[in-house]
Design a protein around this ligand. Structure first.
Ligand code: BTN
Length: 243
């Protein structure tokens, strides 16, 4: 089921409301040209001009994924977006935990909202915002970029959506088949933003230079400090990448 909307508050919220009315099949999608209350991570707003970008949410029932390993979903969504963008230009990386970067700029983000049943995921609404044909963004946003700003070309959003869904389905099926998650975890690590070398980070103790060591199955990030060579472990929002 694919629902196209000219305008909605948020495709994640729309899909959630539809799901509350009746059980929807796995893979149901809501795509919108414009969101009046597009939602980002941690209560942020997701800005996108009308008709420019790809804004969609789809439904999965990954009941085979344990609640304490739900970060694997973020890994496969990130890898699928990266695989789509790799068709068009280089320098796409995955910024932990949920962003896709072109060089030092954010080109896509995701908002994954899971419901749990016992120790397993019951349903998952996976919302993605990919900046496609927008020419510029409000100054108050930290570092956004679109595909058009990278290459000067315009892109067909339906093509991008169908490329994404086929990449995602391949990865999702491999998870469903019980293939070794380590393959996905290491592919994620290889494509991580700031994978190598020391960079500036900031946590509650202040700024420091450190190097990413690993991302755990739980989704925690491990950074080693340059000075003390101590490993610090972070949940979402506990560390900032100083740009
Ligand atoms: C982030 O990087 O903060 C996450 C951004 C997620 C934005 C997408 S746009 C489609 C879907 N609907 C929403 O309200 N949010 C997600």
């Amino acid at each position: 089921m694919l629902i196209r909307m000219d305008e909605t508050s948020s495709t994640n919220s729309e899909l959630k409301q539809l799901q509350q009315k009746k059980r929807l099949p796995e893979g149901s999608i809501v795509v919108a040209d414009y969101q009046t209350q597009g939602r980002g991570q941690a209560g942020n707003t997701w800005f996108s001009d009308k008709g420019c970008n790809l804004l969609f949410s789809f439904l999965a029932y990954p009941k085979f994924i344990a609640a304490n390993r739900q970060f694997i979903l973020s890994r496969i969504v990130s890898l699928a977006i990266k695989k789509v963008l790799d068709r068009y230009f280089d320098d796409i990386t995955i910024k932990w935990p949920n962003d896709i970067y072109w060089k030092n700029k954010k080109i896509a983000g995701m908002l994954i909202e899971n419901t749990l049943m016992g120790q397993k995921i019951n349903s998952s609404i996976i919302g993605i915002g990919l900046n496609v044909n927008q020419d510029g963004f409000p100054n108050e946003l930290p570092n956004p970029v679109s595909m058009k700003m990278v290459t000067g070309n315009e892109y067909n959003r339906d093509d991008l959506l169908s490329f994404f869904l086929s990449e995602f389905n391949l990865l999702y099926q491999s998870l469903q088949n019980g293939d070794d998650e380590k393959v996905i975890e290491s592919e994620y690590m290889r494509n991580l933003y700031r994978r190598d070398d020391y960079h500036w980070y900031e946590d509650k103790e202040g700024r420091y230079k450190g190097k990413i060591i690993d991302v755990l199955p739980s989704g925690h990030l491990i950074v080693e400090t340059l000075k003390a060579k101590e490993e610090r472990i972070y949940a979402f929002k506990e560390v900032t990448f100083v740009l």
